[in-house]
Each structure stands twice: as structure tokens, then as C-alpha cells.
Design a protein around this ligand. Structure first.
Ligand code: PLP
Length: 395
């Protein structure tokens, strides 16, 4: 079939035509001034999206996982202690990466469906009278469970404990879609990937690095070569890269930032909140609920829908792909089969989301789940009709 449906996975996301065109370019000498002219707007744009003050933006040919690795290997040394809460697949994987790098990870085990526990983070920091904890790792949006953690709250907990650790935030599935305030929240490293809120193909790890993290870089002894920020920054000064950059993706990133800013970041966030509200209205109408434990934790980019007992979320995802050519996300790890995930981030409108919800309902009916066709769609329609939609994407 030459037609293609939008995807409803929580990344990679749908790619706008203008971004596809921007990525599709003739070869350009990455050591030429032409590359520098293209690269600077992308870097400056990312700085505005992250709401940075000072520090540096680093753009690596990699993915979010490489961004995590770059964050820790550039700022820490073997045996250093970091503090992290584990409450989903992505917080787990970041912990695993740190352990494989020989870091001592102080883990706050937290039930899946919960977010980063501010009180326990504060208590752990207060108990660390020797100041051993070098960094607090936080997953802003746990894509596996559809849970948003309170990063400003973590900063408050760190300040209340009077602890000087750095704050590293995984914003892979939040940045560019949900409010993110690197400077105001005192984030030392923010990690994003190109294939989520930035609406690009996978292939770039995008990092904001604070001055404090840059200072830590000087004393850090974990081995790094490809991801070495020092090499990157030296080359940046000359307008280039220490190796061959992903030129097309960087051209696309400049376009992505332009699109986000044309819509207006606040409008982008409001659109995501509105789409998420429509999805949750449908979920409620189906007699189900999001896996996130409390309303305050609901993600604006992904909803992990807890399926009824006796149903298997993976069956729905498989059927949607095989029969209707529509992609939803499967449950990962501990919640495999217990949820299916609806990604509602990036290039999506309310009309597109309604199509996704309608497809999910057809699959539920096909699978014999007790859900009335149209029930979720109607609830989402009411939500969208009743909320003002500033839809710059279609305009
Ligand atoms: N962190 C979060 C929250 C994610 O959702 C993902 C991917 O889905 C990652 C990290 C890993 O990113 P990547 O797959 O780009 O390496």
C-alpha cells in the first residue's frame, strides 16, 4: 500500500513534510562555512527550546541512549555515586547504563506507575552528609508507563537538602512537547532525542549542558572518545565537528525548531495537553484508566492504557498493525501485556488522534473486548469540541 497512516507510538513520531524536505539535501562539505551557517541556528534554537542560560548545546550523531552515555561519561569517574529512582523501563535502562560504567547507583525502588518520589530523594540527599552523590538522575517522562515526574520539585528537594549534586534529566519523550525549563529548574544536563518532540528521524542525541556540568567535565575520568564534549566544543569553536556530522538531520533540526517556534512553544505544549485530554477522555469512556497512579502524574505525550483483566494489550497492538496498518506502543518489561500505549506527541492534530482512537476501538471489538464502538471517540470529540484548539499545524 502506498498510503500510510500516522503512527501513534511514543516515538519515533510522524515527520512533517517540511522537515522531511529539509533533511533531504545534497551533500555539503561539513568543514565549509556553509555547514557552520546551518549548524548555528540549530544550536541556538535548541538553546531556546530547552530554556537554557549559559552552558552549551551538544548535538551528537546518536540517539537518546547515547545522550545518557555522553552525560555520564563526560562528567563522572568510575566509583562515583549517583542517585536515581527506578519506576519504569527507561529509568531502569539509565541505571543499568550507569552500572555498566562502574558507577555506584543508589537506587530508590519505586512502583511502576509512580513518578520520582520527591520526599525519598530529599531524604537520601540529606542522609548523604559526606556529599558522595555526584548527580541525581531523573526521567522526566517515563515513556513505558506514561508518567511525568516533577523536575522542579526535584530541584526544590535538592535545594532543601542543601546538596550540591548535579541534576541530569532524561527529557527524551518530553522536550519539545511538554514544558521544560532547564535554567529555572537548575538542570545540569538535559537529554533529548531527535525522533520525538523534534519530529525528526532518529539519529541525533541533543543535550543541554550547564556551566556546572562543563566544569565537572574537566575532572571526569570515565573513558570517552566519540562522545567527548571537549572535542565537540573545540570543533564547535571553528564552526564544525570533530568527525562527520549527520548534516541532513541537523538541517532538519533547524527546520524543526523553526516550526516549533512558529507555532509558539506555549501553543505546542497546550496542543499536547489537549490531545492528551482527548485520549484520556476516551480511555475513561472505555471503562479503563491510564497506568499512571495519579492524575498529577499523567503524561502529555503518551498514555499507557491499563487493559481489563483477561485482555492482552500486545494483542491489540499486533492486530492494529496487521489488520489496519496503525502503530500503537506495546507494554514494556513489567507491564508487557498489561497495557498498550498511545503516543500523542509530535506532529498530531485532534483529527488524527480521533482516527487513532477509532482504530483502537475497532481492534477492541475485533478482540471481543467489552467496549462499544464509538464510545471513546465520542468522549474525545466532546473534549476537543469543548476546548479551544489553536491548530497551527494544519494552517
Ligand atoms: N528515555 C526515554 C524516556 C525514552 O522514551 C527513550 C526511547 O523511547 C529513551 C530514553 C531511549 O532513547 P533512544 O531509543 O533514542 O536511544
Amino acid at each position: 500500500m502506498s498510503f500510510q497512516n500516522p503512527v501513534f507510538i511514543p516515538g519515533p513520531t510522524n515527520i512533517p513534510e517540511a522537515i522531511r524536505k529539509a533533511c533531504d539535501m545534497p551533500t555539503l562539505d561539513h568543514r565549509s562555512p556553509a555547514f557552520a551557517r546551518m549548524f548555528r541556528p540549530a544550536v541556538e534554537g535548541v538553546r531556546r527550546v530547552l530554556k537554557m542560560e549559559g552552558g552549551e548545546v551538544i548535538i551528537l550523531p546518536s540517539t537518546g541512549t547515547g545522550g545518557w552515555e555522553a552525560a555520564v561519561s563526560n562528567t563522572l569517574s568510575a566509583g562515583d555515586t549517583v542517585l536515581a529512582a527506578r519506576f519504569g523501563m527507561f529509568s531502569h535502562r539509565w541505571i543499568d547504563l550507569c552500572q555498566r560504567h562502574g558507577l555506584n547507583v543508589q537506587i530508590i525502588e519505586t512502583p511502576w506507575g509512580e513518578g520520582a518520589p520527591l520526599d525519598r530523594i530529599e531524604a537520601a540527599l540529606r542522609a548523604d552528609t559526606a556529599g558522595k552523590i555526584r548527580a541525581v538522575l531523573a526521567t522526566h517522562n517515563e515513556t513505558a508507563t506514561g508518567v511525568r515526574s516533577d523536575i522542579a520539585g526535584i530541584r526544590r528537594a535538592m535545594d532543601a537538602a542543601g546538596h550540591g549534586a548535579m541534576l541530569f534529566v532524561d527529557g527524551v519523550s518530553s522536550i519539545g512537547s511538554m514544558p521544560f525549563e532547564m535554567a529555572a529548574w537548575g538542570v545540569d544536563i538535559a537529554v533529548a532525542g531527535s525522533q520525538k518532540g523534534f519530529m525528526l528521524p532518529a539519529g541525533l542525541a541533543i543535550l543541554g549542558v550547564s556551566d556546572k556540568a562543563l566544569a565537572a567535565m574537566e575532572g571526569a575520568t570515565l573513558p570517552r572518545t566519540f562522545f567527548d564534549f571537549r572535542d565537540m566544543l573545540k570543533s564547535y569553536a571553528g564552526g564544525g565537528y570533530p568527525y562527520t556530522p549527520a548534516v541532513g538531520l541537523i538541517a532538519g533540526l533547524a527546520k524543526s525548531v523553526e516550526m516549533l517556534e512558529d507555532e509558539g512553544l506555549e501553543n505546542v505544549y497546550a496542543r499536547h495537553a489537549r490531545l492528551a485530554g482527548g485520549v484520556r477522555a476516551a480511555v475513561t469512556a472505555w471503562g479503563m484508566r491510564p497506568y499512571a497512579a495519579h492524575e498529577s502524574l499523567y503524561s502529555e505525550t503518551v498514555t499507557a492504557v491499563k487493559v481489563p483483566d483477561g485482555c492482552n494489550g500486545t494483542d491489540l497492538v499486533k492486530l492494529a498493525a496487521d489488520k489496519y496498518g496503525v502503530a500503537f506502543g506495546v507494554g514494556l518489561g513489567e507491564v508487557a501485556g498489561k497495557v498498550f500505549r498511545i503516543g500523542h506527541l509530535g506532529m498530531l492534530t485532534d483529527v488524527m488522534v480521533l482516527a487513532g482512537l477509532a482504530t483502537a476501538e475497532m481492534c477492541m471489538a475485533d478482540l471481543g473486548w467489552k467496549v462499544a464502538l464509538g464510545s471513546g471517540v465520542a468522549a474525545a470529540q466532546q473534549h476537543f469540541r469543548g476546548t479551544a484548539g489553536a491548530l497551527a499545524l494544519a494552517a
